[in-house]
Ligand binder design. Structure first.
Ligand code: SF4
Length: 339
């Protein structure tokens, strides 16, 4: 069982926050997922195979946006384990971005000038089948408060670092108490200007954007940018739009990054609808990533030539400010590489 993206901070006690109770009740059994969506035995067998490699996790708030009886539903395809995940494909590996070479301290990844990634939570609220960190050794990168000091000292010592990026897992799967503590430590580092949070939680469980979260976010000295992860317009329902509005009222700048995924968003109209819907939520498209070649996800791959063609078609439909930048992450490069 590949269980390195695990569910924690799921709490079903009456005193737990609503989002934690929702997380604890997420569907984590492939059989239940298929039965709830009216998928037959063929899909169920494949789902068990994929689940054995990377466990299933789908919260109810996301499940409610999936059309039943449709194995091609674009949201379902992102979360349904498949037998294809067991296929070995040349070039698709467990650490496609070679992140192991860029970890100077536990919980910290330093790849680019001026900014560092902090693995603020090893947990996720949904397990996306194409995730480039589906094999990441989270157990080795989940520091305690005392262990965070090594990473914090690294930031204190390097005055070229302007931006701390909370990543994961999903950083917002962490408790507000822990996140507020970590932000407080960062705020004491004078040369840090920005906090960026890469998260899918406000999308898959919009109730994550509650008063406790807004409390520490709204008070931060650091300018805060949240980069959401949304791949299809169908993910953006009324609750997501309201969650985005609350974040904006707290002074958070909202951007989105998507992954170009075969069978999910690999056509011009779908990508155009996504940008339009993002703007309905006052979120600006930022990146459209081509798939990172992670083992188990080759069936999502779209070729570079096709990706370029799609973006050329998209440019004919959208104003420039709704165009995401098509990029690939290449290990060792100084930034994302435009295609
Ligand atoms: S893509 Fe993001 S939210 Fe999805 S499993 Fe990976 S880290 Fe978690």
């Amino acid at each position: 069982m590949q269980d390195n993206i695990i569910i924690a901070n799921a709490d079903d006690t009456p005193s737990a926050a609503s989002w934690q109770r929702q997380l604890s009740r997420a569907v984590r059994d492939p059989q239940t997922l298929c039965e709830r969506l009216g998928l037959g035995s063929l899909w169920q067998a494949g789902a068990h195979t994929g689940h054995a490699l990377f466990e299933t996790c789908v919260p109810e708030a996301f499940l409610a946006r999936i059309k039943p009886h449709d194995p091609n539903d674009p949201l379902l395809r992102q979360v349904l384990p498949l037998s294809n995940e067991a296929l070995e494909t040349p070039g698709f590996v467990s650490d496609p971005l070679a992140e192991a070479e860029h970890r100077p301290a536990r919980g910290l990844i330093h790849k680019y000038h001026g900014r560092v990634l902090l693995i603020a939570s090893p947990n996720c609220a949904v397990n996306c089948r194409y995730c480039f960190r589906r094999h990441f050794p989270y157990a080795d990168n989940a520091p305690s408060r005392a262990q965070w000091q090594e990473a914090l000292n690294y930031l204190r010592a390097d005055e070229s670092i302007r931006e701390a990026i909370f990543s994961g897992g999903d950083p917002l799967a962490g408790s507000d108490r822990q996140l507020a503590w970590l932000v407080g430590e960062l705020e004491g580092i004078a040369h840090l200007k920005r906090l960026r949070i890469h998260t899918r939680l406000p999308v898959v469980i919009p109730d994550r954007v509650d008063d406790a979260l807004l409390g520490w976010l709204g008070q931060a000295r650091l300018q805060t940018v949240m980069v959401l992860h949304i791949n299809h317009a169908q993910e953006i329902d009324r609750a997501v739009i309201e969650a985005c509005a609350r974040l904006q009222q707290a002074g958070v700048t909202l951007l989105n990054q998507s992954v170009l995924l075969r069978g999910v968003n690999d056509d011009v109209d779908t990508l155009a609808a996504l940008s339009e819907r993002l703007f309905d939520a006052r979120v600006l498209p930022y990146y459209l990533h081509v798939l990172d070649p992670v083992a188990g996800a080759a069936h999502f791959d779209v070729s570079d030539d096709e990706a370029r063609e799609l973006v050329a078609g998209l440019r004919q439909q959208l104003p420039g400010f709704l165009m995401p930048r098509l990029v690939r992450e290449i290990p060792g490069e100084a930034s994302k590489t435009p295609l």
